[in-house]
Design a protein around this ligand. Sequence first.
Ligand SMILES: Cc1cc2nc3c(=O)[nH]c(=O)nc-3n(C[C@H](O)[C@H](O)[C@H](O)COP(=O)(O)OP(=O)(O)OC[C@H]3O[C@@H](n4cnc5c(N)ncnc54)[C@H](O)[C@@H]3O)c2cc1C
Length: 454
Amino acid sequence: MAVHDSVHIEYDLPIWKEADVLVIGGGPAGIAAAVCAARHGAHVILCEQNGYLGGLPTGGLVGPFMTCYDPPMKRQVIQGFFEEFVQRMIKAGGAIHPSQMEAGSSYSAWRVRGHAHITPFDSEVFKSVAEEICSEAGVTLLFNMMFQRTITHDGQIDAAVFAAKGGPRAIRAKVIIDCTGDADVAYEAGAPFEVGKNNNGQPQPASLFFLINGVDKEKLEAYRATCSDISEMWFMDKVREAREKGEFPIPREKVALYESLDGVWRVNMSRIDHYDYCNPEDLTHAQIEGRKQVHIIIDFLKKYIPGCANIRLLGSAPMLGVRESRRIVGDFVLTGAEMKLSTRHDDDIFLSGNRFDTHIGSKVVYESTRGDDPYGVPYRILLPQKISNLLVAGRCASGDQECLAAIRVIPPCFAMGQGAGTAAALCIRDNVTPAHVNTDELRTWLCQDGACLE
Ligand SMILES: Cc1cc2nc3c(=O)[nH]c(=O)nc-3n(C[C@H](O)[C@H](O)[C@H](O)COP(=O)(O)OP(=O)(O)OC[C@H]3O[C@@H](n4cnc5c(N)ncnc54)[C@H](O)[C@@H]3O)c2cc1C
């Protein structure tokens, strides 16, 4: 960061609110963390910078939820709060249950590998269901609160300070759960972190999702049936043709149109690379670049892809789709190499069969577990170093790049949030720090709440 000069800021800020548990960031991990902590008796505040909940599945328009099944796609292993949330969305007319979704359909962009039992959903229904569940659990929601800094003494966060309308606000809590996706709280408090493969500072590229309607599905499917590779890369020939004419200057090798609900399709085809997603200048450039690409893609689809001539842009995502930024480095770092061997741990908080999708430049490298068993994800990956009253859940937990390439997707993030929130409630009940939670009891509570740990 270029520093041109400095100003001296010093003032007393009154504590505006207090809670047992303060969750920062209202994406899948934050929603699950807040609700699960509150259901187990904690007084919970959830602060979110946007004016709605959901994070990337709503603000980023990303979807469908990737699989919640084991590697052979036979058994649903992510259940608990995730399953409850899906059922609530189905009841509200805003999702299709993963058990009904086979791979290779328009809902999975006709992809097969790793794309069985996904969950198509409506982002607006997601927002409403999230608000209802939080309010029923007694979570205090505060929107338009952007976390800025921590006040930390002796390795313990005393208060978190937010930028808000009317000036900065300070909130004090016994336990804080960082669900910002970027580990903003852990970073600010001084916990060690990494970015990129082996901390090379190069995060995976971002994408800006957008929604369209007006797809003639019959025509599109008829065209797809004529393509030489009908599984993953089916309209790449057209992309190459357009690229040669200078009409598709986007560095992307995979193309994806996901059917969602009510004739709406999610498009995941943009590629925005070489930015620092925690820097406001870079984020601005990346978002502008993403929106330019949206229009290039729309023009391409209309001109080249049968069935897309009459598509209409319903909206581009307000939030950039950041796959990767900071990850904390806890005392324990879960690695992709270990997960591929389907290892289990005494403190596992959920099981997952999600494969490892690492985006590098224009390509994606896909890898799976060696065998059919799901891998276990231990509680320890939520514990940062140096800060005693902080948990970190979601796509910035303590794993290497490959680990997060698997568990950064939505169902595992819900499950991580459930683990973090339940652990925070145990901290409050037993007056202990997160590192001293009784993980046998944590697992018992998770199982009682529907999680699948065997
Ligand atoms: C391009 C792309 C495509 C993807 N496709 C899929 C897919 O098809 N299926 C799937 O299952 N997963 C997909 N994912 C992954 C998934 O969407 C995310 O990794 C997941 O949403 C992470 O959940 P989270 O709760 O950790 O973080 P997020 O969803 O990022 O939520 C973080 C929340 O914290 C808030 N926040 C951030 N900073 C602050 C702050 N300083 N103060 C206050 N609030 C803050 C944000 O506004 C946001 O609401 C995709 C991701 C990307 C980027």
